[in-house]
Design a binder for this molecule. Sequence first.
Ligand code: NAD
Ligand code: UGA
Length: 455
Amino acid sequence: MKICCIGAGYVGGPTMAVIAQKAPDVRVTVVDMNQARIDAWNSDTLPIYEPGLDEVVKESRGRNLFFSTAVADEINAADIIFVAVNTPTKTYGVGAGRAADLRFIESVARTIADVATSGKIIVEKSTIPVKTAETIKKILAANSRGLSFQVLSNPEFLAEGTAVVDLHNPDRVLIGGEKTPEGQAAVEALSSVYAHWVPRERIITTNLWSSELSKLVANAFLAQRISSINSISALCEATEADVDEVARAIGHDSRIGPKFLKASVGFGGSCFQKDILNLVYLCESFGLPEVAEYWQNVVKMNDWQKTRFATRIVKTLFNTVAGKRIAIWGFAFKKDTNDTRETAAISVCRDLLAEMAEVVVYDPKVPEDQIRRDVLGAEEGEAGKRLIVVNSAEEAAQGAHAVAVLTEWDEFKTIDFAAVLAGMPKPAFLFDGRNLLDLDALRELGFTAFGVGKA
Ligand code: NAD
Ligand code: UGA
């Protein structure tokens, strides 16, 4: 069997690397129009940082895993084509700011129809609005020159930072297909790929539309839990309750469960906000404004949480941070990834720069040019002079009035805080946006320390 995956990003790369590792009898090629990205996949420095990924890629690359820009050739050679291109929020026209931009999906469907010389199974791996398979089918049918295509939905549930573990041991693999004999044969062909390492009972099959919708709903439910606990964090700060204690207490209820109840500076990442906005837009399109509003509030609460964190810093530092150095520890949207898309750090840094602070950022995996582009955009302007990126947490904190922990990198737990404190003007403030550190120990040392959802 031959697989081609279009899109060599955070999903296409790791997913295909694991398929190639676990199914050595399958030839897997990942294609992308971005030459630099493909070159990086073929080099010793992969384009994304993900624990364990280097080893997985090294095991199969050149054996049955290939990275290429020869999109047309690889489409033609493949039996199964995964579509793992980006589906960002639309920034223009109808649905701007909410609907998913499906132009990359449509363009891939047209390319497949143009270049394929035999029938294929097309697998939607990207996260897309429910009913997108219909669009793909129509484009293929109108251009197929008599070839037969099957479209499946197979959403990806991996989380960044744990992608390899998630792919090796998924809670479930979801496959949606048509209820026709051809549709079911395609579902079985894809199931047999995953069955190389995923127990059959964890491979859930369903119809196309349930599968497509389940992906948006899974992300909406996960994000909703974070906004729920973050909303309670504000109440905790006002009442001297401790949000971690509340989460522990409610998480012991097996109906609620302990996971995804960690209060934070706000969720980030390329998908939660995008997918909820997409769900909101879908609900509105189907005449369900109450449902749309319900889910919109998950994003609203997250925006508020990010702003609230920056405002708390300003208020605590005697209502002004103008001219004060503020250290930002961690810029990635979570630990163990170099991804900064929608990271809460962007919002916090911008708010502090707007208050005329000098913002000094350290992140172990995110390069300086990425941080500058994310915070300042293309035109650096005056604020660019007040945004500094350094190479260690200690260097960032040197001379800073406050340290703000925005990503839960493990290395922050083992820092010599006495030495950090010695280099800071007093009172020395610390704001732990991840509830990562031992606040009591920090206070004992002499810090004026705050967590999220803690008095
Ligand atoms: P990404 O931006 O990292 O990668 C997408 C890649 O597709 C890019 O390299 C781009 O050059 C390529 N591409 C776009 N159009 C192309 C075309 N016509 N031909 C060839 N290549 C093309 O995106 P990602 O983070 O991998 O996400 C991909 C999809 O998976 C999105 O729909 C996303 O919502 C979904 N998803 C992402 C994650 C995640 O953790 N990032 C998890 C689950 C699902
Ligand atoms: C999320 C989902 O967890 C994946 O299942 C899904 O496949 C993926 O989105 C996607 O569709 O892209 P990801 O965004 O990579 O994965 O990472 P998460 O671990 O979900 O974290 C998202 C954000 O929520 C991070 O900023 C994280 O710090 C934050 N978070 C997470 C909290 O603030 N509290 C928590 O309890 C959990």
